[in-house]
Design a protein around this ligand. Structure first.
Ligand SMILES: Nc1ncnc2c1ncn2[C@@H]1O[C@H](COP(=O)(O)OP(=O)(O)OP(=O)(O)O)[C@@H](O)[C@H]1O
Ligand SMILES: [Zn+2]
Ligand SMILES: [Zn+2]
Length: 801
C-alpha cells in the first residue's frame, strides 16, 4: 500500500486549516518527513503551489482520487517537530490559518517564488510564434513585459493557442565562493618551482604559498594576499598544483568588530537574580521570572550571566529585544560577551543575511540568538534560557495575521524545553505584573541603579503657563536654561518629541480645510525632506499645496511639530550647538541608526533630538539631561492603555539620564501636569502606578481583569462591512453568556484605510468556553462567502482602537 502525505498548501484565496492529501511518488529516494516543503498540483489545470508536509501515513481507502506530489524541495525538514507543534497551537490561539503561521516562522528565503511561463501550442500560427517567442521555447509572464504583449498573450491563452504553466522556486540562494587547496605534496610543489623560468615570479610566490598553506583560503582572498590575477590561479589549476572547489559561505550581517567583554562583578540584587535563574536552568524548570529593575539597574548583565550559565551547561539561549535595529547597543553587548556564537535576526537584514543566520541556528552553529519579535521562532534546539527584554513593548505583538504576541510564544517554548523565561523591564506590562502578584510569575527586583546614584530628578513643566509667558515655542524656559547649562559643561542632552497619535499636517487658515488622503480617513503628513504630503497608512503621496484646494486661499499653514521643524527652531535658539536628529527620515538607510548613535557616543554632537526611538536601551555615560518636548500626545488617544503607554515611555526616556558618575535631570513638558501617569512618571514610582491603574482597569472591566477579543470587518463597500459586523455581533451574542460585554459595533478609529471601510467590535469576557469555536466559525464563513469582505480577529488586542 502506498503512503499519503497530508500537506498544508499555500493558496491565499483558499485558506483552511485542513491539510490536503497527496500520494507520495514511489520513485522518491529519501523518506518524506513532516516539515519538508513540497510542490503539489492544486485545483484543476496546471497550477502548482508550495506546501508543507504536515503528516505522513499509510493510504486509507477513499472515494476520490488523490493527486500526487510533484516534487520535494528539501532534503531535510525546514520545520522541526517543535515548530510544527507550535504552529498548530499558534493557529488555534490566534485564529490564524496554519499556512500563515508557517510562513511567518520561516525566513523569506524559504518561501516560494511563483513563476508563470507561456509556451506556444501547436496551432499557434508561425508568424505570431516568431514575433512573441523569437527563438525561445517559453517566456516568463511577469509584469515587466510590455502591456500590449501581455494582453496579446492572454488573448491567445483564452483561445488555447498557448499554454501557461506555473513553476515554484525557492527564493533562497546559498552564497558560494571558490576555495583553493594544494593538490600536490610538498616535494612535488618544490619540484615544480625548480622547473620555473626565473621570470615567473608570481608563480613562484604561489608555489611558496601552497607549500606552507595550512588553512583553506578562498580564491579572491588568495589573489589579494599574493597580489596575483585569476589567470595565474587558473594556470596553476591546469598544471595540477592546486584544486578549486565551491564552498558555501555565510553573509555576515555584523560587519563591525565588537570588543570582547568579561563578566562584571555583580551587586547583591543582581547576584540573587542570576542565582535564581541559573538554578531554574540547571533544574530544567519552566519558571517565568519577572525581572523588575529600575532604569540603569544592570538588567543586561543579569541576562548575559544567565546566558553564560546555560551555555556552560551545554544548552542554548534565546534573547528577544524590541525592534533590534533600534537597539544596536544591546546587540553589541551580547556579541561582546559571546562572539561568533551569536546569531542576530531582525527586519533590518537582507533576505540573504537572514537566511544565512537562520541556517547557522538550524545547524547548531550559533548557540545564542538575539532578535526582534519573529526571532521567537528561531529553529534553536535544546534551549536552556529565554530572555525577553523590555517585555512591556507593544512591538512584541504583531498587528497583522497571525496576530501573535512573542511573549506567549516564549512561554510556550519554555514549557516545551523545560527552561526558564526571564521577562525584564523597568516598567512591566500590567498583565505581567499582575501575574507576579498572583505568584504565577516569580518576581526578581533590582531596586537601585548600579552606580548607586538616585534616579534622575524630574521637573514637570506646565506648557499652558509657558504659552502665556512667551509666544509659541516648542521649548520652555526652564528646559532651555538646562540645555545651555549642559552645553557650557560639555555634557550631553537627549530631547524627545513624542510622535504617537500626532502628526504635522496642512490646514487652510481661511476655511479650515485639512488635506486628507483620498484613500484613507486620515490627514496627510508633511514631509519636508521629500517636499511632499504622505499618507502613513497607504503610502499615497502628493505635492505640498500652495493654495487651498477648497477655497483657493493662499493662507495655507503647517500645523504640528515634526522633528525637522523642531531641529530648525533649536538651531536658531542655539546656533553653536551640534545637533543630531534621529527619526524615520534620518534612519531609513541601512546602518544609519547605528552611525548616529556612534557619532553621539563619540561626542560628535551635544544634543540628540529624536522620536520615541531614543527612549529605550541607550546607555551613554555623559547624558545628564533628558527633555520630553510633549509628554501628552498619547494621553489623548481613546484607549485603555494610553496611560500605561505614557507612563512607560516617560519612565524609560527619563532613565537615559545620569547613568554613570554624574547625576541626571529630566524636564517633562506637558499640558496635563496633574495627570497621574505624568505625576507618577516624574517620581518614577512604578508600584504606585501599577496599583492606581489596576484600580481603574478593575472599575472599567478592562484587561488584565477581563480577556478581550477584537473583531474587525472590512470591505470596499461601507454597507457590506457594517452589515457584516452587525451580523457577527448578533451571532456572537447568541452564543455567549450574559456576563460577556460587547463594545460596539462601531466604525474603527480610522474608519477607512486604503479605500476599505473598517467596522469593529470588542468582546470583554471572563470565561466563554464557546467563544473560540464561534470565532473560528466566523473565519471559515467569511472565507467561503464573499471575496471582498475580510474578517480579522485579534485575540488580546494591544488596543481597542
Ligand atoms: N555589576 C556591575 N558592576 C558595574 N557596572 C555594571 C554592573 N552591572 C551593570 N553595569 C553597568 O551599568 C550600566 C547600566 O546597566 P544596563 O544598561 O544593563 O541597565 P538596564 O537595567 O538594562 O537599564 P535600562 O532598563 O535603563 O536599559 C551599564 O553601563 C552596565 O555596563
Ligand atoms: Zn481654504
Ligand atoms: Zn492613505
Amino acid at each position: 500500500m502506498s503512503q499519503v502525505a497530508e500537506v498544508i498548501v499555500d493558496v491565499p484565496t483558499m485558506q483552511t486549516n485542513t491539510p490536503y492529501s497527496y500520494l507520495i511518488p514511489a520513485a522518491l529516494t529519501t523518506p518524506l518527513l513532516p516539515g519538508m516543503r513540497v510542490i503539489v498540483p492544486f485545483g484543476n489545470g496546471s497550477r502548482k503551489v508550495q506546501g508543507f508536509v504536515w503528516q505522513v501515513h499509510e493510504q486509507v481507502p477513499t472515494t476520490h482520487e488523490l493527486k500526487t506530489i510533484d516534487s520535494v524541495m528539501d532534503l531535510s525538514p525546514v520545520l522541526n517537530k517543535e515548530l510544527l507543534a507550535m504552529a498548530d497551537w499558534l493557529a488555534k490561539t490566534t485564529f490564524a490559518f496554519t499556512i500563515t503561521v508557517l510562513l511567518t516562522m520561516l525566513p523569506n528565503a524559504l518561501k516560494a517564488a511563483y513563476e508563470r511561463w507561456a509556451t506556444p501550442n501547436s496551432d499557434l500560427d508561425p508568424a505570431s510564434k516568431k514575433r512573441l517567442f523569437g527563438e525561445q521555447e517559453k517566456i516568463e509572464l511577469t509584469d515587466k513585459l510590455p502591456a500590449a504583449q501581455l494582453n496579446e498573450l492572454m488573448g491567445l491563452y483564452r483561445k488555447h493557442e498557448i499554454s501557461v504553466t506555473y513553476e515554484v522556486k525557492s527564493k533562497g540562494h546559498v552564497k558560494q565562493v571558490t576555495m583553493v587547496k594544494p593538490a600536490m605534496s610538498v616535494a612535488e610543489l618544490q619540484e615544480a618551482k625548480q622547473q620555473l623560468r626565473i621570470t615567473a615570479v608570481k608563480q613562484a610566490d604561489l608555489l611558496d604559498y601552497l607549500v606552507t598553506q595550512t588553512d583553506l583560503i578562498s580564491q579572491p582572498a588568495l589573489e589579494k594576499t599574493l597580489g596575483i590575477t585569476s589567470t595565474v590561479i587558473k594556470n596553476a589549476a591546469e598544471k595540477g598544483w592546486l584544486t578549486r572547489f565551491q564552498a558555501e559561505v555565510y553573509r555576515d550581517p555584523l560587519s563591525r568588530a565588537v570588543d570582547k567583554t568579561r563578566p562584571l562583578h555583580l551587586n547583591e540584587a543582581q547576584q540573587k537574580a542570576v542565582s535564581a535563574i541559573c538554578a531554574a536552568t540547571d533544574d530544567h524548570e519552566d519558571t517565568t521570572f519577572l525581572l523588575e529593575g529600575v532604569t540603569g539597574s544592570g538588567k543586561t548583565e543579569v541576562y548575559l550571566q544567565a546566558i553564560a550559565n546555560a551555555l556552560e551547561k551545554g544548552q542554548n539561549a534565546l534573547m528577544l529585544v524590541p525592534e533590534i535595529s533600534l537597539t544596536p547597543q544591546i546587540v553589541g553587548r551580547v556579541r561582546g560577551r559571546f562572539g561568533k556564537q551569536v546569531a542576530v535576526l531582525h527586519s533590518g537584514l537582507s533576505a540573504g543575511e537572514r537566511f544565512d543566520e537562520w541556517r547557522r541556528i538550524d545547524r547548531g552553529e550559533a548557540r545564542v540568538v538575539v532578535g526582534a519579535r519573529s526571532a521567537v521562532f528561531a529553529p534553536l534546539t535544546n534551549i536552556g534560557i529565554i530572555i525577553m527584554d523590555e517585555e512591556h513593548e507593544a512591538s512584541y505583538k504583531q498587528d497583522d495575521n497571525p496576530r501573535y504576541h512573542a511573549r506567549d510564544v516564549a512561554l510556550w517554548r519554555s514549557r516545551y524545553h523545560h527552561c526558564p523565561v526571564v521577562l525584564g523591564s523597568a516598567t512591566p506590562s500590567l498583565e505581567s505584573r499582575a501575574r507576579a502578584q498572583k505568584n504565577r510569575y516569580q518576581r526578581l527586583l533590582l531596586p537601585t541603579r548600579v552606580n548607586q546614584q538616585a534616579l534622575p530628578e524630574a521637573t514637570i513643566v506646565d506648557m499652558t503657563q509657558e504659552l502665556q509667558k512667551h509666544a509659541e515655542s516648542t521649548f520652555s524656559s526652564p528646559l532651555m536654561a538646562a540645555v545651555n547649562d549642559r552645553l557650557a559643561k560639555g555634557e550631553q542632552t537627549l530631547l524627545m518629541l513624542n510622535r504617537r497619535g500626532y502628526s504635522s499636517f496642512v490646514m487652510c487658515r481661511d476655511c479650515g480645510f485639512v488635506l486628507k488622503c483620498p484613500n484613507c480617513d486620515i490627514s496627510l503628513t508633511l514631509h519636508m525632506d521629500s517636499h511632499s504630503m504622505k499618507c502613513h497608512y497607504c503610502g499615497h503621496e502628493e505635492p505640498i499645496p500652495q493654495i487651498c484646494p477648497n477655497c483657493h486661499s493662499h493662507h495655507i499653514r503647517y500645523y504640528g511639530t515634526g522633528t525637522q521643524k523642531v531641529e530648525t527652531e533649536l538651531k536658531q535658539l542655539l546656533p553653536t550647538a551640534r545637533i543630531l536628529r534621529m527619526d524615520v527620515d534620518t534612519t531609513r538607510r541601512k546602518g544609519a541608526h547605528e552611525r548616529l548613535l556612534r557619532q553621539f557616543g563619540n561626542h560628535e554632537a551635544d544634543i540628540l533630538l529624536g522620536t520615541q526611538m531614543i527612549a529605550k536601551g541607550l546607555d551613554f555615560p555623559d547624558v545628564t539631561l533628558v527633555g520630553v518636548l510633549n509628554a501628552d500626545t498619547a494621553l489623548s488617544l481613546p484607549d485603555f492603555r494610553s496611560s500605561e503607554r505614557t507612563f512607560q515611555l516617560l519612565t524609560q526616556v527619563s532613565g537615559r539620564a545620569g547613568r554613570a558618575q554624574k547625576p541626571g535631570q529630566v524636564f517633562i513638558q506637558t499640558y496635563n501636569p496633574e495627570h497621574y501617569a505624568i505625576q507618577l512618571a516624574k517620581s518614577q514610582d512604578y508600584e504606585r502606578f501599577f496599583l492606581t491603574e489596576m484600580k481603574l482597569r478593575h472599575q472599567g472591566n478592562y484587561p488584565p481583569y477581563y480577556f478581550a477579543v477584537k473583531v474587525t470587518a472590512s470591505d470596499v463597500e461601507e454597507r457590506v462591512a457594517a452589515a457584516a459586523i452587525h451580523q457577527i455581533a448578533a451571532q456572537l451574542q447568541a452564543g455567549m453568556s450574559q456576563s460577556a460585554i460587547v463594545l460596539g459595533p462601531t466604525p474603527s478609529a480610522i474608519a477607512r484605510v486604503n479605500k476599505r471601510y473598517y467596522y469593529q467590535l470588542v468582546i470583554k469576557y471572563k470565561q466563554e468556553p464557546q467563544l473560540s469555536a464561534l470565532l473560528f466559525n466566523l473565519l471559515n464563513q467569511a472565507q467561503k462567502n464573499r471575496k471582498g469582505l475580510q474578517i480579522a480577529i485579534d485575540n488580546n488586542p494591544m488596543s481597542f482602537m
